[in-house]
Design a protein around this ligand. Structure first.
Ligand SMILES: C[S@@+](CC[C@H](N)C(=O)[O-])C[C@H]1O[C@@H](n2cnc3c(N)ncnc32)[C@H](O)[C@@H]1O
Length: 279
């Protein structure tokens, strides 16, 4: 096992990550906990001046799970249910694509769900530190032979023979003018009866409700230990990097590329998870 990058740092956290993998056996839990030990996310704490635009670099990869836990409402629940949906909709000899797979939380949860079944999973992410971290974790999984990790832009990936495509909190980082093409490629690459699971941070078309959602999201982050300064600096860093759409924009785009059957299966203020089924 590669040593974690900042072994000297005392602020290691493991509990939150163990929470996601509560169904793994004792031995795996210990291995994963060791691999996952990491610093608390303090990226936007205590620095001055205008923050750089947000990037999924090594610094972010190192604290990513703590960041997700404390800044994405219902993250663990969402990962668990997506893995269950992936398992329910997987068609024998087809492929699962995880576009924007990061360090593999969703993929690892799917492997847990699919234990004992043959399947093929393709994870794509443009951040090398994320793919590296994902790859390190695969070393402990016997199912890793069926997993292929690609460090590249998901816009360039040809999707074929897919029964499940996951885009979890990632379409929002793709240039808005490219989003239709990405979803069209997903639709075309899905087999009949296959699904797209799309989770995004959203905005509300009505200002008063948008303000409400922002207020509750800020409350969530404060409750999770982020300071006012960290929240505002991260918001600044994400400006023009994370560009959210409204629910209606997502639904219209899904319809435009060919999906007719869709539902929002999880919603929390400014976060929404869609399932869309290919006819
Ligand atoms: C918020 S994270 C996704 C979280 C992850 N799906 C999960 O379930 O934990 C967004 C990811 O998308 C990746 N990303 C952003 N733009 C991308 C692109 N054009 N192609 C591939 N990956 C991209 C980032 O590197 C980052 O790892």
């Amino acid at each position: 096992m590669n040593p974690p990058e900042s072994r000297d740092n005392k602020a290691w956290k493991t509990a939150a990550v163990l929470h996601f993998y509560s169904k793994w056996d004792k031995e795996s839990k210990i291995l994963i906990a060791m691999e996952y030990q990491m610093e608390r996310d303090r990226i936007f704490a205590g620095k001055k001046g205008k923050p750089e635009p947000f990037k999924f670099n090594r610094e972010v990869a190192r604290v990513f799970d703590d960041m997700l836990n404390r800044s994405v409402p219902l993250y663990g629940e969402s990962i668990r249910r997506q893995a269950e949906l992936a398992s329910a909709y997987y068609q024998e000899k087809s492929r699962i694509y995880d576009l924007g797979c990061s360090n593999g939380n969703l993929g690892l949860s799917i492997m847990d769900q699919m234990k004992g079944r043959e399947f093929s999973l393709i994870g794509v992410d443009s951040s090398f530190p994320m793919i590296e971290k994902y790859n390190r974790q695969l070393a402990h999984k016997t199912e890793s032979a069926s997993v292929c990790l690609i460090c590249g832009f998901l816009e360039d990936i040809q999707i074929k023979n897919a029964s499940v495509v996951l885009i979890n909190l990632t379409l929002q980082f793709i240039a808005p003018q490219k989003r239709d093409a990405v979803l069209a490629a997903v639709f075309n690459g899905l087999n009949s009866g296959g699904i797209l699971l799309l989770t995004e941070k959203t905005i509300h078309r009505e200002k008063s409700l948008n303000d409400l959602e922002i207020r509750f999201y800020k409350k969530f982050k404060l409750e999770n230990g982020y300071s006012e300064l960290e929240i505002s600096r991260k918001r600044e860093a994400l400006e023009k990097v994370l560009v959210p759409d409204t629910i209606e924009t997502h639904q219209k785009r899904l319809e435009r590329v060919g999906f007719k059957t869709m539902e929002i299966w999880l919603k929390w203020f400014n976060f929404a998870s869609f399932i869309a089924v290919k006819p």
